[in-house]
Design a protein around this ligand. Structure first.
Ligand SMILES: Cc1cc2nc3c(=O)[nH]c(=O)nc-3n(C[C@H](O)[C@H](O)[C@H](O)COP(=O)(O)OP(=O)(O)OC[C@H]3O[C@@H](n4cnc5c(N)ncnc54)[C@H](O)[C@@H]3O)c2cc1C
Length: 309
């Protein structure tokens, strides 16, 4: 119920200025984001891998408005991949990239620029012995993102896709993506979408998630089950068994700082578990989406703000 007002509030400049004046190390930010620098991301990755988990890293940045900003984002990913490789972590850590962060929304040149930039990251990921996954953003970008994915996969077929169960189109997208070698992350979806394109009732979203999961688990691809929802995790395990999928022929994914004990429990049972680690200075939009999903975190958030002032 609080999700839409919170996502709207997040767009206020005043709120943004106030919240981003908080240090990244402050309670609520540090819970979801390990830091702003490459070193912080590499250190968090090392600790997660040490605990038996896999990692995907997201250099936070969206709403890129010019080519310079897009270039800075690509540079950050290239630096990160080098650092992961140098530390011997890149076999267990891949990168997640938002096309909007590498120029997708720039007028006229956006699709071409973001494809070229994504290619550079995919190339560096392959050189480091790992892969890239294209995050999915709001529904106005879905077609363009899937088109970019198709192009990228001609040279880098290991590139992962993301689909969002709250979109009405997603079951069909899953059918189209369930082919051999296709890495597909299924999540519920984190943006504020209209009823014309998305299920807005939680139960409808959950039912759609299960329908999509059935398609992916029965298909030839590599499903990546991105959810913290205990029922979804249980159903995913049952579907994997029903489809004779061995551990490691699919994986679970969760966000950094959310249900860390469950991440370790699943890994302890032999499941492959990957943690999504966001880092960088542009943590505001990411933090607001996490708070909107879990309004009970607001008490914790309010306490962080009070202790700061
Ligand atoms: C690895 C990964 C990658 C993702 N990539 C994308 C993407 O590319 N595009 C996109 O739109 N969305 C993405 N998401 C976000 C996703 O769409 C959901 O918004 C988010 O995962 C919450 O949905 P849920 O399946 O965990 O279920 P929910 O029903 O939201 O949550 C289930 C349970 O998880 C716990 N939980 C969930 N969220 C929080 C929180 N913020 N704080 C504390 N506890 C919480 C609670 O115990 C809750 O009861 C990604 C999520 C993951 C895990």
């Amino acid at each position: 119920m609080l999700r839409q007002p919170l996502l709207m509030l997040a767009r206020s400049d005043k709120v943004k200025r106030f919240v981003t004046a908080m240090p990244v190390s402050s309670g609520i930010v540090a819970r979801y984001v390990p830091g702003e620098a490459t070193d912080d991301a590499v250190e968090a990755t090392g600790a997660l891998i040490e605990a038996g988990l896999h990692v995907t890293l997201d250099f936070l940045g969206e709403d890129t408005l010019d080519e310079e900003q897009a270039e800075a984002c690509v540079t950050a990913y290239l630096e990160l991949l080098d650092a992961l490789n140098a530390e011997g972590l890149s076999r267990s850590a891949e990168v997640s990239v938002k096309l909007s962060a590498i120029g997708q929304a720039l007028p006229e040149i956006g699709p071409k620029l973001s494809l070229e930039n994504a290619r550079r990251i995919a190339k560096a990921a392959r050189a480091a012995g790992t892969t890239m996954t294209l995050d999915m953003e709001d529904h106005t970008t879905t077609d363009q993102t899937l088109e970019t994915l198709r192009e990228l996969r001609k040279d880098y077929p290991e590139t992962g896709a993301v689909v969002q169960a709250y979109l009405r189109r997603t079951e069909d997208d899953c059918r189209a993506l369930a082919f051999e070698g296709s890495r597909v992350r299924l999540c519920k979806g984190a943006y504020n979408e209209p009823e014309t394109v998305a299920f807005t009732d939680r139960h409808e979203v959950d039912k759609s998630y299960v329908r999509c999961l059935k398609v992916l688990m029965a298909g030839q691809g590599y499903p990546m089950v991105a959810s913290h929802d205990p029922r979804i995790i249980e159903i995913a395990s049952a579907l994997a068994t029903r489809n004779d999928r061995a551990h490691g022929s699919y994986e679970f994914q969760m966000l950094y700082g959310i249900r860390p004990e469950e991440q370790k429990r699943l890994a302890g049972n032999g499941e492959k578990v990957r943690v999504y680690v966001p880092y960088g200075q542009e943590w505001y939009g990411y933090l607001m989406r996490r708070l909107a999903e879990r309004p009970s975190n607001l008490t914790f958030f309010a306490r962080s703000l009070i202790s700061k002032s």
